[in-house]
Design a protein around this ligand. Structure first.
Ligand code: GCU
Length: 391
């Protein structure tokens, strides 16, 4: 009996230790990041050309196999249908387009619904912000009855940019029981049997690339200037989308935290074990091997940002969102600088993280830590626009 109680107490203690999150900077363990410039064969990369030829494909494969899953590139055909075209909106400042993107493979298909506002003012084609929407669909209300800071269409249009969005549920429901009922079961069932097969976040990123396919056909849009944006789980996705699809001109990752822009090895705030337990449907099976074993990962998140080089990246955090580790995000960007340096891009970020509400906006890196809660607000968007104008 006594033995039983002791056993239960021990079990409880180890369970709560696993759940306990560290928010104390002095308790961040000493860690060594994997060298982004050294190939697995030990070769040191010294040029952008060698990075792209030797190391970049290797790093991409490591992320696919250990975290986000393989990204399928093949499909049989794709069709774009404009269900609304050139509808004047916003007192004539913009036109509304609604597009259904249908992708076919092995006689099955999925549909992605895109909402797009194009400003009437600047000469076309225009650059566009594409939001991977992981919140309610009403945040991207095409009727503009509901206006949300999460997708401030009027503000973006007034700045001369188009703004678009699609909802993650068109690709994979954000639910551990049903995530496979979207593109996974319909188009890529083989991925479900692979330990390195993609799950929800891979599927959402795949969706962003299909919307990119559409932009390449829309004469109103400058497809060379598509900025992919995501918040939180959507921000993990925008990074992954930009990392593996080099057609995206730039990436905005807002409060993306663990397995987004923050370094895993700091073990600050959310950890891999926690994200894999609460959201087992986001990352591939192999990732579960790294629960409580951050230092065994062959990558860390600075290497994900490096995959986007030399394209611009803006990462944000919120002061009360320690769960997402604002400092770890800043340090990941700093640790990606050597890859940008291969393209002669000088460090644009200061040595230490800037203060709250002090955006640092260079032509390749943008970073801020907004005062407040985990969210994406007009303040954040205002800075994304400043950043986009800069590059
Ligand atoms: C949870 C999760 C985070 C994620 C966030 C979100 O808090 O732990 O990793 O970023 O949800 O998507 O809002």
């Amino acid at each position: 009996m006594r033995k039983g109680i002791i056993y239960c107490l021990l079990l409880l203690a180890s369970f709560s230790a696993a759940l306990a999150q560290n928010y104390d900077e002095s308790k961040v363990p000493l860690y060594v990041l994997p060298d982004v410039l050294k190939t697995t064969g030990g070769k040191v990369i010294r040029s952008g050309e060698k990075w792209e030829k030797l190391r970049r494909p290797e790093v991409l494969r490591l992320f696919e196999d250990n975290i986000y899953g393989r990204m399928p590139v093949d499909y049989d055909s794709i069709r774009y249908m404009l269900t609304q075209d050139d509808v004047p909106e916003m007192d004539g400042k913009a036109v509304l387009k609604q597009v259904t993107v249908t992708v076919f493979r092995n006689k099955q298909s999925v549909q992605i619904n895109v909402v797009l506002f194009v400003p009437t003012q600047p000469r076309k084609p225009v650059p566009v912000f594409l939001l991977i929407n992981n919140r309610g669909k009403d945040n991207t209300d095409p009727t503009r009855v509901k206006k949300s800071e999460f997708w401030p269409a009027e503000m973006v249009v007034d700045s001369g940019f188009a703004i678009a969005a699609f909802h993650v549920s068109d690709l994979a429901p954000d639910d551990k029981e049903t995530y496979m009922t979207g593109i996974l079961e319909k188009l890529y069932p083989e991925q479900l049997n692979m330990d390195n097969g993609m799950k929800a976040i891979g599927a959402w990123a795949w969706g962003a690339s299909r919307v990119m396919d559409y932009f390449e056909t829309d004469r109103d849009i400058d497809a060379k200037k598509v900025i992919v944006v995501g918040h939180s789980r959507g921000g993990k996705t925008s990074l992954w989308a930009a990392a593996q699809d080099q057609r995206f001109a730039a990436c905005v990752t807002n409060c993306s935290g663990n397995t987004g822009a923050a370094l895993a090895r700091r073990q600050f705030g959310e950890r891999i074990s926690r994200i894999n337990t609460t959201f087992p449907h986001w990352f591939n099976n192999n990732y579960k091997q790294f629960n409580d074993k951050e230092s065994a990962l062959p990558v860390d998140q600075h290497m994900l940002i490096s995959l986007i080089a030399p394209r611009p990246v803006y990462a944000t955090n919120a002061s009360k969102d320690l769960w997402a580790d604002p400092t770890g995000t800043f340090l990941a960007m700093k640790a990606a600088e050597p890859v940008y340096a291969l393209y002669n891009i000088k460090p644009e970020l200061p040595k230490d993280p800037p203060g709250i509400n002090t955006p640092v906006i260079g032509s390749h890196f943008g970073y801020h830590n907004r005062e407040g809660e985990h969210n994406m607000t007009a303040y954040d968007w205002g800075n994304f626009i400043r950043f986009a104008k800069k590059f």
